[in-house]
Ligand binder design. Structure first.
Ligand SMILES: *Cc1c(COP(=O)(O)O)cnc(C)c1O
Length: 355
């Protein structure tokens, strides 16, 4: 039995344009310099100054008391649910949420939690759908203890939750005694696209985190923030899960570097995503979801090419992207230029013409 993704096919042409994911960025020379210069210590005992600087910055950015550095966004989600919930508890999240679809069943395997999939367009459930899914506390039903929202909603198309909806979800959750968790893997994309500060977006959310290995472009790392007590408990799970590190300042320095140099530039990724969507939409038969941030979902079937065939034909031309839940996802990032976007549109047009 093998698991996908398989190793890249060594006979395939070299990848010239990598639209697979914003996780594919390589650290820039200046970022590597910041890493090389980083002061380091033993992170596990709280002695790594570069990690401490990063955590203080993110706690402040998200308007929370404290924060902790973890190796991945997935570990942020897992540690958070393990702190917020007890075995048998129910978590509510959108049906396409990363915690349901992309974390290997961690929340069931490690926590014994069940996650209720809420419906809704574009990766977001409405406050009404959330309200409808709540039930009274009885002996028969699982205790509902946590609601989670993705800002931006990945599979939803990189869509941005409106502040009013976030606030309404928080209000309903508090009224029913649920804790609130914001999966902010791409929160900074939402902030740059709307001009809203991260602390406003995360206001009222008991835990929130940002990923540095997505559009921000660092090689490793995510930081989760919350109350001091919450972060204390996250630290225990970090230790249990094997997420406590040593001279992690080398990685934290890259993350801090991105806060100084790679946040405002996310606007370029959004402009490139819009240009890609505009170009694709001009090709007859291609159905494109209008991007709000850096993710472009499209379907070429109407042009007589299946999604898989399009992905394969683009790969043969040096363009890497993939199918995600029945559509093709293209992701713009640090290593994708406007010229690459233009070239990709040209290649898609050529493939459609040859179909
Ligand atoms: C990528 C992602 C995660 C997980 O982050 P990793 O750093 O890849 O573990 C969680 N939630 C969302 C919405 C994501 O896009």
């Amino acid at each position: 039995m093998t698991y996908t993704p398989a190793r890249p096919d060594p006979r395939a042409p070299a990848v010239r344009i990598n639209l697979l994911s914003d996780t594919q960025t390589r650290p820039t020379p200046a970022m590597r310099e910041a890493m090389a210069r980083a002061e380091v210590g033993d992170e596990q005992v709280g002695d790594d100054p570069s990690v401490n600087v990063l955590c203080d910055r993110v706690a402040d950015l998200l308007g929370k008391q404290a924060a902790v550095f973890l190796p991945s966004g997935t570990m942020c989600n897992v540690a958070a649910t393990l702190v917020h919930c007890r075995p048998g508890d129910e978590i509510l999240a959108h049906a396409s949420a990363h915690i349901i679809a992309r974390e290997g069943g961690a929340h069931a395997a490690l926590g014994g939690f069940q996650i209720t999939a809420l419906p809704g367009a574009d990766g977001q459930f409405t406050p009404d759908a959330f309200r409808t899914a709540l039930h009274p506390r009885t002996r028969y039903q699982p205790p509902q203890t946590l609601v989670s929202a993705e800002q931006t909603a990945n599979i939803g198309g990189g869509t941005i939750w409106k502040r009013a909806d976030l606030d309404e979800v928080v209000k309903i959750a508090k009224g029913h005694g649920l804790a609130t968790h914001m999966d902010g893997a791409r929160l900074m994309n939402a902030c740059v696209a709307t001009g809203s500060p991260a602390r406003d977006m995360a206001e009222g959310w008991d835990s929130a985190w940002i990923d540095f290995s997505k559009g921000l472009g660092a090689p490793i790392g995510a930081v989760i923030a919350g109350t001091r007590d919450f972060i204390d408990e996250v630290w225990r799970w970090k230790q249990r899960l094997g997420g406590s590190m040593r001279q992690a300042g080398i990685c934290a320095a890259a993350c801090t570097y991105t806060l100084d140099h790679h946040v405002e530039r996310l606007a370029e990724d959004h402009a490139n995503a819009r240009a890609l969507a505009r170009g694709l939409a001009q090709i007859a038969g291609i159905e494109v979801q209008q991007p709000e941030t850096n993710l472009v979902f499209f379907r070429p079937d109407g042009a007589g090419v299946s999604g898989d065939a399009m992905v394969g034909a683009l790969r043969q031309r040096g363009v890497l992207l993939a199918m995600m839940d029945g559509r093709i996802r293209a992701c713009t990032h640090l290593d994708v230029t406007a010229g690459m976007v233009e070239e990709t549109v040209g290649l898609v047009r050529e493939i459609v013409r040859g179909a």
